[in-house]
Design a protein around this ligand. Structure first.
Ligand SMILES: Cc1cc2nc3c(=O)[nH]c(=O)nc-3n(C[C@H](O)[C@H](O)[C@H](O)COP(=O)(O)OP(=O)(O)OC[C@H]3O[C@@H](n4cnc5c(N)ncnc54)[C@H](O)[C@@H]3O)c2cc1C
Length: 430
């Protein structure tokens, strides 16, 4: 981004924000609607390519990106039928180390990227059989994972229950602290000259067959060369979106806990632990700084209330896996809304409307998919092309078939099936 462009846009947005309704003020090469990990990372990477970028979000970084666990686990979360999505997930995982290093350099902040690996364990014979199936599937796809006996699992993680019946060790499935990631992206955006305006976008503005900007909630119009929709599960709420340019993105509620590991118990766990407990799955993600994230429920709901039932289920199942967890202080219970597309895969790319780009629907993998999404959308904004690995995931894939909710979900949940389901269809083996 040219600094003069940034300055102009910044000043203009500030002026626009205080001007009367329906006035037209600021302009930018690109306007990004939504400042979660997706919108912020796109803005940062686009600014590095010389574009003037403005991000609009009344609460940047406080959506699903704040709730997440930060697992980067494409292999241990592999699901049947998602082989093509695996390619995208792996492409993003592979670039994470350099992405995190660049972000740390650009922001001056730690990212919490941790190359710790993941251990997925089972508690009984049925769950063990499911994990064995997953292992065979991973091997058929040439993915690196190792089957461990119960004793080997407990040698790696001594706090695991003696009831653990074996598990899968995936050395290359890592984690990042998603809240540090947001903080780093905010700082990197500021340093790269991105304008962040804490304002809600009410509408997309179109001129003829082209997106030409947005209208803010006070009526201020902002013109833009291109508009990127990165508003997570709220993306369909914009007025002025022509029908059919985006599939319906639905909220999928997830409750998640944060505990603290006091010094005498450290490290408690040394790697991500995923577990199958009575057919449902859950995970524990230990940070280097002593935070332990325990997640997550999954319900087709749109509220962000933390329920007693959700907290109970998570702690009950976590205790089955790691009995000592009851000794740890519970610091936070939180709920966020994952953005889910009709096939539960991300929607990244140019829409049928010129000048309008989608970057949403990242569902359970938005933290993992941040680097590949950011670079793809930045390339699209700057050069008009999309890397080959991202091409299958454009919004156009929904255009030919039934629209939105009529498309059966890839994870096996057809639209029209119950909108609420019990916890933990998070893992491939759930
Ligand atoms: C409990 C839980 C656990 C998860 N764990 C993981 C994990 O371990 N690994 C992983 O990869 N992913 C995980 N995810 C998924 C991941 O968090 C999401 O896929 C990702 O955060 C989506 O990012 P986003 O930027 O698209 O959405 P969000 O973070 O929700 O950001 C969207 C932003 O858009 C803004 N916005 C909305 N409407 C407007 C508007 N009209 N104008 C301006 N701004 C607007 C909102 O304020 C918000 O800040 C988890 C999610 C949850 C809920």
């Amino acid at each position: 981004m040219s600094s003069s462009g940034a300055g102009t846009a910044s000043a203009a947005v500030a002026a626009a924000s205080s001007s009367s309704a329906s006035s037209t003020a600021a302009s930018a090469d690109a306007v990004v609607v939504g400042g979660g990990v997706i919108g912020l990372s796109v803005a940062w990477r686009a600014a590095l390519r010389g574009l003037s970028v403005t991000v609009f979000d009344p609460e940047p970084g406080q959506g699903a990106s704040h709730a997440a666990a930060g697992m980067l686990t494409p292999v241990s979360e592999l699901q049947y039928g998602e082989e093509s999505l695996l390619r995208l997930n792996m492409a993003s995982a592979e670039r994470y180390a350099s992405f995190a290093a660049e972000l740390e350099e650009a922001s001056g902040l730690p990212s919490g990227y941790r190359t710790c690996g993941t251990l997925a364990v089972a508690l009984d014979a049925d769950d063990r059989a499911v994990l064995k199936d997953l292992h065979a599937f991973q091997e058929r796809l040439g993915l690196a994972s190792a089957w461990l006996t119960s004793r080997e699992c407990r040698r790696l993680e001594p706090m695991l229950s003696p009831a653990v019946a074996g598990g899968l060790h995936v050395e290359d499935d890592h984690q990042i602290d998603n809240r540090r990631l947001v903080a780093g992206l905010l700082a990197a955006c500021a340093r790269a000259g991105v304008t962040l305006a804490r304002r809600r976008v009410a509408a997309l503005v179109t001129t003829g067959d082209r997106a030409t900007g947005v209208r803010l909630d006070d009526g201020t119009a902002v013109s833009a060369g291109q508009v990127v929709l990165a508003a997570g599960h709220q993306v369909n709420g914009l007025e002025g979106l022509p029908p059919g340019v985006l599939p319906a993105i639905r909220p999928v509620k997830g409750e998640i806990l944060r505990l603290r590991v006091p010094e005498p118990y450290a490290p408690f766990l040394s790697r991500n632990v995923r577990g199958v407990v009575k057919g449902g799955s859950m995970y524990l993600v230990p940070r280097a700084d002593g935070e332990l994230v325990v997640g997550a429920t999954e319900h087709e709901l749109s509220d962000t209330e933390v329920t007693a039932g959700g907290v109970y289920e998570l702690l009950r199942d976590a205790r089955e896996l790691v009995p000592g967890i009851t000794e740890l202080p519970l610091v936070e219970a939180f709920a966020g809304l994952r953005p889910g597309s009709p096939d539960n895969a991300p929607v990244i790319g140019a829409t049928a409307l010129d000048g309008l780009i989608a970057a949403t629907g990242h569902y359970r993998h938005g933290i993992l998919l941040t680097p590949v999404t950011a670079d793809a959308v930045a390339e699209l904004l700057a050069a008009g092309t999309v890397p080959e690995v991202v091409r299958p995931w454009g919004p156009q894939r929904f255009a030919a078939g039934p629209h939105a909710a009529d498309i059966p979900a890839a994870a096996g949940q057809a639209a029209g099936s119950p909108r609420s389901k019990p916890r933990s269809k998070e893992a491939s083996y759930a």
